[in-house]
Ligand binder design. Structure first.
Ligand code: SF4
Ligand code: SF4
Length: 493
């Protein structure tokens, strides 16, 4: 296995080189760009298989001397010899400075989720919905035909469970999720009140998130969610507002049960919600499908409406669905991400910038990298609670046969299941080890792998560790765009 990893690509007129393990990003000229693969295969050669200690400086110098002429020979048809020599020297210096061809320092760290500490719960406050979204993983809120609303008693037991299982962790996340949580609004408010009453006595702080389609949203709900705590944080710390983009795109996939579109009703209400919380602590979330591969238009539509925090994600679906993104759609989707990135740069320069969640990237890395390699925490730090109080590894596993991990009253009873999930990370996934996006992606979504990788009949652990190929391709493209945007920003400084 290669111990170092470079990823180089061209984007928006830039030659970009990512040294994956150090996270260093280099903008290089054409000669250096063309030289790097030759340098890697010839000068470094065997070194990629060995540790630093196994290679003496002398051997490295010999290799360099032997192969330098061969590189010059190959590139001299395109570039002057002096330029090639200069590029060679520059590459060598970057390597010695520890920002090129660096090795993976994280693989040997113990990155499994070892402590059984729960930090976040997703409460399925309503297994019911007032829309009939065609791509809904919850089967239009029906969840395998068992519609139900969570009782206040179950909601309180869930918070008690979270406190009891959260160790020293002070900040605890609770998501109100569905179906559509506003269909059970009274219970949402009462759970919030119960949580606040528990905080001081247990030295905990709840951060509540509400995900809503906006159909039932009214002034009272907006006021409750946006009301500020003494700390300045809103009562509902974060809200996720479901809106797909242009009216015809949204209405095609997010109709009411009778078939009529929902955009006209929900778009103004969701926008008011975002504005009344000062355009902070929210994001509007859309989904794009095969029917709108020109999804940059939807992102820009949301920005033009007045949203500033935007997420539009590719649908995750069985490839037999007419709206599922197929492998042959990828070039089109890649071009769309490129166009969106270029437009965002243009708008930012004009003072009309907005945040596109999927192009946000932290290139600094630092101590949090090891955490990011652990993935999303499903089944360990993060659990989903059904209306009946059953615990599942995350919302996308809710109701799956054999994946119940416990209940809010009994606690975690299936510790074997938790152990399987605790061992899922980027190094447990063969495809992730050599993927340039691994430090930004956290190894993808286990639920997508479980549901959509072609591994029927395999063990749970094997399924969780398979890549969801189409998702990976799109993820890598987003990482490329995100790095390009950062590079453009820093080159303008
Ligand atoms: S993009 Fe796919 S292969 Fe790469 S790190 Fe993410 S899940 Fe793993
Ligand atoms: S498994 Fe997927 S859906 Fe579940 S919490 Fe992790 S990233 Fe989210």
């Amino acid at each position: 296995m290669r111990r170092f990893l470079l990823h180089q690509y061209k984007s928006n007129g830039l030659n970009i080189v990512l040294d994956v393990n150090s996270g260093a990003v280099h903008l290089v000229d054409d000669v250096t760009y063309d030289l790097l693969p030759l340098y890697e295969t010839t000068v470094l050669g065997e070194r990629s298989e060995k540790t630093k200690e196994e290679l003496s400086e002398k051997l490295r110098e010999e290799n360099t001397a032997e192969t330098k002429e061969a590189i010059i020979e190959q590139l001299s048809r395109t570039y002057p010899k002096a330029d090639i020599e200069e590029a060679l020297e520059e590459v060598k210096q970057l390597e010695q400075a520890g920002v090129l061809f660096t090795r993976d320092e994280y693989e040997d760290l113990h990155i499994a989720h070892t402590e059984p500490v729960v930090k976040a719960l997703c409460l399925h406050i309503a297994h019911d919905c007032n829309l009939a979204c065609r791509y809904c993983f919850a089967e239009e809120g029906e969840y395998h035909g068992r519609r139900a609303l969570m009782s206040l008693e179950t909601g309180k037991a869930a918070l008690d469970f979270l406190i009891a299982n959260s160790g020293n962790r002070r900040n605890l996340e609770v998501d109100f999720f569905g179906g559509e949580p506003l269909m059970n609004w009274f219970v949402v408010k009462e759970i919030v009140a119960y949580g606040r009453a528990l905080e001081a006595g247990h030295d905990k702080h709840f951060r509540f998130t509400l995900t809503t389609n906006g159909v039932l949203l009214d002034e009272e709900m907006i006021a409750f969610a946006n009301q500020l705590l003494p700390s300045g944080e809103p009562q509902i710390a974060n809200v996720v507002l479901s809106l797909d983009g242009r009216e015809e795109v949204h209405d095609r996939m997010r109709p009411f049960r009778g078939g009529q579109g929902s955009y006209e009703l929900v778009a103004p209400k969701l926008l008011r919600f975002a504005k009344e919380r000062g355009q902070k602590n929210y994001y509007v979330r859309g989904t794009f499908t095969r029917h709108n591969l020109d999804f940059a238009e939807d992102v820009l539509h949301l920005a033009d409406l007045g949203f500033t925090q935007i997420s539009v994600e590719p649908v995750v679906a069985d490839t037999n669905e007419d709206y599922a993104i197929q492998t042959e759609d990828l070039p089109r989707a890649f071009a769309e991400y490129d166009a969106l990135a270029a437009e965002m740069i243009r708008r930012r320069k004009e003072g009309k910038g907005f945040c596109f969640f999927h192009f946000m990237i932290d290139l600094e890395g630092g101590p949090c990298v090891a955490k990011r390699l652990r993935g999303c925490g499903a089944g360990t730090e993060y659990l989903a609670v059904t209306p009946w109080g059953d615990l599942y590894p995350c919302h996308q596993f809710a109701g799956e046969d054999g994946l119940k991990i416990g209940t809010v009253t009994e606690g975690i009873t299936n510790t074997k299941l938790r152990e399987i999930f605790s061992k899922v990370n980027v190094y447990s996934k063969p495809a992730c080890k050599n993927c340039f996006a691994k430090f930004y992606c956290s190894g993808g979504c286990g639920a997508n792998s479980y549901h959509f990788s072609e591994t029927a009949g395999d063990t749970l652990a094997h399924k969780l560790n398979q890549p969801y190929e189409i998702g990976c391709e799109l993820q890598r493209k987003r990482v490329e765009c995100a790095i390009m945007i950062k590079a453009m920003e820093s080159s303008e400084l």
